[in-house]
Write a protein that binds this ligand. Sequence first.
Ligand code: DX5
Ligand code: ZN
Length: 227
Amino acid sequence: MSILLAPSILAADFYNLQPQFESVEAAGATHMHLDVMDGVFVPQITFGMPVIKSIRNHTSLNLDCHLMVQDPDRYVHDFVQAGADILSIHLEAAKDPGHVITKIHEEGCRAGLALNPGTPIEAAEPYLKDLDLLVVMSVNPGFGGQRFIPSTITKLREARRIVSNINPKVRIEVDGGIKPDNVATVMQAGADVIVAGSAIFAGDVRANTEKMLGRIREFEEKQETAS
Ligand code: DX5
Ligand code: ZN
């Protein structure tokens, strides 16, 4: 399974999304990470279904939607209809995460479960057999541009161990504070989907995406030579 890059538009210029999407795609990325915040689960409010629907009408990039929304079961249908390819909910935000994961699948979408930095990885174990994606937050959700929390490395290693034992098909996404200089460390620890917001959208989007993808390919080549 090749490692994926999912640039987060949280750090983008929202007046000007089209050229930024085109730059990310031209650089070779296949996914876009869309951070939905409701002002309840996290303090900020970002965007919702109408924006995702418009994006869907204009891009073939895979839309990886990260719902930082309280009681996400209320919105599963709407986000899938809007065009999500992967819908991740927070374990801490759902009364019955297993039920929401089932609902996401019934709607015909891939399901992800995100964990805050303070939530132990074991809390995700009961849901792993039904998941497509496990999102390990490496900052407290709510804002872009924060510093990577170093204890995430241990958590990613644990996540990789548990995923290998229970359901090796689950991808492990790391989200928050990822830059060209720490991406190799998180991949080494077990992440295979890399979210990056400010590292991509501050400055030259195409060059930043190429740089990050370059680091990912370098890592994969080293792994191949080592095996
Ligand atoms: C944080 C969001 C992240 C954020 C990442 O709540 O879930 O996806 O956009 O941004 P950077 O890469 O700037 O930390
Ligand atoms: Zn996110």
